[in-house]
Ligand binder design. Structure first.
Ligand code: HEM
Length: 389
């Protein structure tokens, strides 16, 4: 999808879109809930073993969720406390991909790199592609066996995608495989990074942590009451995730676009033809031109009720007018609603179940993070104390 030309892309989005809209998300709630509950029970056990690296726990959880959601497969990351080889490979190659992307800007294609690939790299790539295409084949085979005239429908995204398809527009197996790879890659590392960024800033900002914990614990009498619908109504929780995406944007740098023949007017400025343009969300989110006290983690700036000193930046714009963490236009993030729903649910349930404290200052955690299409993060070591009720 992400590399398709405009016409193909529009067709893929038309087919994929409904699977990600509200109806689809409601259908996937039991899966998301299952893994968030598993995360909480596993962490209750692990908390007695000492501080835990939350970067890993978020990656494991979101990878388990996306394995089920995308392909109806059990990745077993939380129970085995390890990454699944498929998403692990994707994370490993991001650095090389980021480098290759820079060469592509100067007309040096991927094929030209082939002679420089070691046998080890070729084997790892082939192994990954075989695993991915076998997983998709197995999922498609099950689909053919199921009777779709009945209610017996699987709630995973490939299942929802298949359900939305018209016969004449049916996606090919190759299209489903490559888009499943994109969804598994784009659907887990992104949201887990958003959660690591959220918890780092919460743990570094006790005032916000306390306010959010109070809101969550006052609203819910039991963990079962914490549903996707309920967390979607919690203003301070939503503002906290939005603020985390401002100060530590998952897509720090949005894939560049090239201006068309004749140039293009962007934000009132004429940009010449064939120019690479992008949105640097990292710099925008931390800009003193756009935000008051940009380095302060302050969810209040996202609330309608906040006074204008918090809400409106020096340029007279509110944060949602200045930033687009999920990009915009026809190629914006198709998983936005799902990502926000997951991030809010995980945050609410963790803060309902645990009191948390950073183990060590982690003063270089932000500086130590590296961005290669997605973030590679340093460990985030947290002491967890289950709340006695
Ligand atoms: C906090 C979490 C997330 C953030 C910040 C995020 C951000 C983005 C951004 C900025 C883009 C546009 C890239 C571009 O301009 O080329 C994008 C595209 C995409 N995202 Fe996300 N994403 C997140 C989570 C997810 C999830 C959970 C899924 C799927 C389950 C997903 C699936 C996709 C797909 C398939 C595309 C390509 C869309 C297209 O080309 O039409 N993302 N995402």
């Amino acid at each position: 999808m992400i590399t398709a030309n405009d016409a193909e892309h529009a067709r893929l989005r038309r087919l994929a879109g409904p699977a990600f809209l509200n109806a689809g998300i409601k259908e996937v709630e039991p899966t998301v809930q299952h893994y968030v509950d598993l995360l909480c029970s596993q962490l209750t056990e692990a908390s007695s073993e000492g501080s835990q690296n939350m970067v890993e726990w978020f990656l494991w959880s979101l990878n388990d969720v996306i394995g089920q959601l995308a392909l109806d497969q059990e990745f077993e990351c939380l129970t085995k406390r390890r990454m699944h080889p498929w998403p692990e490979y994707l994370l490993d190659v991001l650095k090389q991909t980021a480098l290759i992307n820079q060469f592509r800007r100067f007309g040096i294609s991927l094929k030209m790199f082939a002679p420089f690939m070691s046998q080890e790299m070729i084997n790892a790539r082939d192994n990954f592609l075989n695993t991915a295409s076998n997983a998709v084949k197995a999922r498609l085979a099950r689909e053919d066996e199921e009777d779709f005239s009945t209610e017996k429908k699987r709630p995973d995204i490939v299942g929802l995608l298949l359900r939305e398809m018209r016969n004449s527009e049916r996606l090919s197996e190759a299209e489903i495989t490559s888009n499943s790879i994109l969804i598994v890659g784009g659907g887990a590392e992104t949201t887990s990074t958003c959660l690591s960024g959220t918890f780092y800033h919460l743990l570094k900002t006790p005032r916000v942590m306390q306010k959010l914990k109070d809101e969550i614990r006052r609203t819910f009498a039991s963990s079962e009451e914490i549903t996707l619908q309920a967390v979607g109504k919690m203003d301070y929780l939503k503002a906290t995730i939005d603020e985390a995406l401002r100060i530590f944007p998952v897509a720090s740098y949005i894939t560049p676009r090239i201006t068309p023949k004749g140039g293009h007017v962007i934000a009132g400025e004429v940009i010449p033809a064939e120019t690479y343009v992008s949105m640097g969300q990292w710099y925008m989110g931390r800009s003193e031109k756009l935000f008051n006290d940009p380095l302060e983690f302050k969810p209040e700036r996202w609330l309608d009720t906040a006074d204008s000193a918090d809400r409106v930046g020096p340029n007279g714009m509110t944060p949602d007018e200045s930033l687009r963490p999920f990009s915009l236009g026809p190629r914006n993030c198709v998983g936005k609603l799902l990502a926000l729903a997951e991030a809010r649910l995980v945050t609410a349930k963790l803060l309902w179940h645990f009191d948390m404290e950073l183990d060590g200052g982690h003063d270089a955690w932000i500086e130590g993070a590296r961005f290669y299409i997605l973030w590679q993060l340093k460990p985030l070591m947290v002491k967890l104390k289950p709340v006695a009720r």
